[in-house]
Design a binder for this molecule. Structure first.
Ligand SMILES: [Zn+2]
Ligand SMILES: [Zn+2]
Length: 149
């Protein structure tokens, strides 16, 4: 993990930590909220199903938080003691889902990440190490947040 990756992550988290990534990606986060209170994701049980399918391959070098998918190897990931209470949990995964399920957003992201799947259920690429200790999913969201939302 390089210094610039850490800096990008710090910037990303500073900007989005209290936001629902799903609405933020679509420019609809005027009223920051948790995803469990998101009126747009609320009726999408398929999102919660999809999230459960984000499973890191056996033997992966990634050390991602089970809730927010930010690498726990960075000091930027908060310490938390209560199960399910990672304060960053609403950012990366909902943002990735918004990108994959919106044709306009996905095409923008695929111009930068050609290997990004077109179908949300193709999760393999998302949970691979992009080569720096960050998953492709985290890299894609950091890039997207910088450039579009
Ligand atoms: Zn929302
Ligand atoms: Zn976390």
């Amino acid at each position: 993990m390089s210094l610039s990756d850490e800096n990008n992550l710090a910037h990303f988290l500073h900007r989005y930590r209290h936001h629902c990534g799903y609405c933020a990606a679509q420019g609809e986060d005027h009223e920051p909220h948790e995803i469990t209170k998101c009126s747009r994701l609320f009726n999408k049980p398929i999102f919660f199903q999809w999230k459960r399918g984000l499973i890191y391959p056996h033997g992966t070098s990634l050390r991602a938080c089970w809730f927010c998918h930010i690498p726990t190897t960075t000091s930027l990931h908060p310490q938390f003691s209560v199960v399910g209470m990672c304060p960053l949990k609403d950012v990366v995964v909902p943002m990735m889902y918004a990108i994959l399920t919106n044709d306009v957003l996905r095409e923008r992201a695929q111009a930068r990440f050609p290997q990004m799947p077109s179908l949300p259920n193709a999760t393999n690429w998302l949970v691979q190490d992009s080569g720096n200790g960050f998953s492709n999913m985290v890299m894609a969201c950091m890039w997207f947040g910088d450039n579009f939302s």
